[in-house]
Design a protein around this ligand. Structure first.
Ligand code: UT7
Length: 333
């Protein structure tokens, strides 16, 4: 049984924002025991953007949302809802959604932050779209933003090279029958929590001088464990959506996977029997921007003319939690 929304709802505009500062693999190999060849061949990353210290998530999220609004020809005051997805909010509270609301002037909106790590954009899209389909919300924005440079241990080569900063935003509203979100499948499994997490800074282990000294406010990852699970779940989940909608990989106009590792993405594309040219890749330039990978990839696909009205698209992600999911859309704009 597929998970069709009660009314057709889709993405009608996109936007993005990245910090100006480019950090190349060469730059990192000056301070870490790593090299361009290892990073490129093991991950597909060539460079990433890191924000200047003191940059909050809202400072990338608000410009991305302004761009999406402009591309849609909408005023911020037309928005009823802003869902921000992030693991690096400006502050734990108030929410980054409140900050972004104020910055863009969305005077008629309510909003909140949603944390599902790398799967955050997909969960937020489903949440916003479901509210729009139900009728209580007419126009919603989903902003995926992460400033990963603030939570990586820059002395740990196993994680420091993997992540970048960025923001993507989309507008979500009613679309023509047969367009927009056609189906989705999302899951969480808390037993994977120990493989990718930030140990301190929450209620279980509040910040102390000791937690700071131990670098417990940074990402801890068992890379190969996450890798195995990501390959399996992203591929199986996307395959499931194709099968239960009577579609084949060749029917897809674009496959937009979370950009954590080119080897994970290639493995998923292979399982879908997809022509590699149908997969959106931006990990080489931006690395893993956590929740921002999918909305920025969508924006760049639009700009490059790789996404047209009517195209079938699968978005797929896997991340900390574990969280994972896929969404099937017929592109609506
Ligand atoms: O977005 C959230 C979800 N996250 C993911 O999906 C990430 C999934 N995991 C991965 O992408 C990969 O596991 C990594 C890219 C993190 C690591 O790649 P790997 O092929 O699994 O390498 P590994 O962790 O098994 O390490 C292999 C070797 C080790 O050395 P020894 O023990 O074999 O001597 C590491 O110490 O590579 C070493 N290594 C590095 N060498 C040079 C680890 N990081 C680096 C580095 N430069 N940056």
């Amino acid at each position: 049984m597929n998970r069709r929304l009660v009314a057709p709802v889709g993405i009608t505009a996109t936007g993005q924002c990245f910090p100006a500062k480019v950090v190349t693999n060469e730059d990192l190999s000056r301070t870490l025991d790593t090299n361009d060849e290892w990073i490129r061949t093991r991950t597909g990353i060539r460079e990433r953007r890191w924000a200047e210290p003191g940059t909050g998530a809202s400072q990338l999220g608000a410009p991305a949302l302004r761009m999406a609004l402009e591309n849609r020809g909408m005023e911020a005051s037309d928005l009823d809802l802003i869902v921000v997805t992030t693991v690096t909010p400006d502050t734990l509270f108030p929410s980054t959604a409140c900050r972004i609301q104020e910055m863009v002037g969305a005077t008629n909106a309510f909003g909140f932050d949603l944390n599902a790590a790398c799967s955050g954009f997909l969960y937020a899209l489903t949440t916003a779209a479901s509210l729009v389909a139900a009728g209580g919300v007419r126009k919603a924005a989903v902003v995926g933003v992460d400033i990963m440079s603030t939570i990586i241990n820059k002395e740990d080569r196993a994680t420091a090279v993997l992540f970048g900063d960025g923001a993507g935003a989309v507008i979500v509203e009613r679309v023509e029958e047969g367009y927009g979100i056609l189906d989705f499948e999302h899951r969480i499994d808390g037993s994977g929590g120990e493989f990718l997490f930030m140990p301190a800074g929450g209620s279980r282990r509040p910040a102390t001088a000791e937690t700071v000294a131990n670098k417990e406010h940074t990402i801890h990852q068992a890379g190969s464990e996450v890798f195995k699970n990501a390959v399996r779940e992203m591929a199986d989940n996307s395959r499931l959506l194709l099968d239960r909608n009577g579609m084949k990989g060749e029917d897809l106009g674009l496959f937009v996977p979370h950009q954590a590792n080119i080897r994970i993405m290639d493995a998923a594309a292979k399982r879908l029997e997809l022509d590699p040219s149908r997969m959106m890749v931006n990990i080489d330039r931006y690395a893993n921007t956590t929740t921002a990978t999918i909305p920025t990839a969508l924006h760049q696909a639009r700009e490059a003319g790789r996404l047209a009205k009517g195209d079938l698209v699968i978005l797929s992600a896997f991340g900390a939690g574990f969280t994972w999911g896929s969404t099937l859309l017929r592109w609506a704009c």
